[in-house]
Ligand binder design. Structure first.
Ligand code: URA
Length: 219
């Protein structure tokens, strides 16, 4: 897997990452969502550099201008609900992308910190020969990303696969990197050291879904 950890280079992206982590700033949910969206925009822009480009002639009022444009048929897939702001950020730049949504959540066995990933709702166009962008804001264990990819298999075989995430744990990055085809790209804003016993990224940022949309009742 080609791993592009963008925090290894200094850029404005670090400001957005610092704000989603900061215990005070992250309480402003509109700013939190917008920062995740901005990270999606930056990651999408970086990803665009490896898409398939070909020359196109554009008619201007004064003549013709040749420019290379990306030709990929993109399908952008996100996991509800935490994935929505990152999805929006990517969609701001890949405005002609088709979209897929899946609901996947952690189901905890009673009284235990162990959990299984339950996939329920799935809406997806054909993936055959397309460029699949699989976005998950928090790449913790990597199990949601893999369960999602397994659920997408009946929809066709993509030509290229790009994984996008804001914060990952090294363990999750290693897990997806062993599982996905070798030519898959991972675009990630930053990678943290570890997971805690509940599968949360440390230092991470907490619960991305709750910070974006409010706390939920556990059942
Ligand atoms: N999901 C989150 O929202 N946060 C984590 O740290 C891990 C998974």
């Amino acid at each position: 897997m080609y791993i592009h950890n963008l925090s290894q280079q200094n850029s404005l992206l670090n400001t957005f990452i610092s704000e989603i982590r900061d215990v005070s700033i992250q309480k402003d949910s509109m700013r939190f969502r917008r920062n995740i969206e901005r990270i999606g925009e930056v990651l999408g822009y970086e990803m665009s550099k490896v898409l398939d480009f070909s020359p196109v002639e554009i008619k201007t009022p004064l003549g013709f201008s040749k420019i290379n444009l990306a030709q990929d048929d993109i399908v952008l897939c996100s996991i509800l609900r935490a994935g929505i702001p990152l999805h929006n950020g990517l969609l701001n730049y890949f405005d002609h992308a088709e979209n897929a949504f899946i609901s996947a959540y952690r189901h905890h066995k009673e009284g235990s910190e162990e959990f299984e990933i339950i996939v329920e709702y799935l809406a997806c166009p054909s993936l055959e020969n397309k460029t699949l962008i699989l976005a998950d804001p928090m790449l913790a264990t990597g199990r949601s990303m893999i369960s999602t990819f397994e659920a997408l298999k009946p929809y066709g075989t993509p030509k290229n696969i790009h994984l996008v995430s804001t914060i990952g744990a090294q363990e999750g990055v290693d897990y997806v990197s062993d599982y996905f085809p070798k030519d898959t790209h991972l675009w990630i804003a930053t990678v943290d050291e570890k997971l805690n016993s509940k599968g949360y990224i440390v230092p991470g940022l907490g619960d991305a879904g709750d910070l974006s949309f409010g706390e939920k009742l556990q059942h």
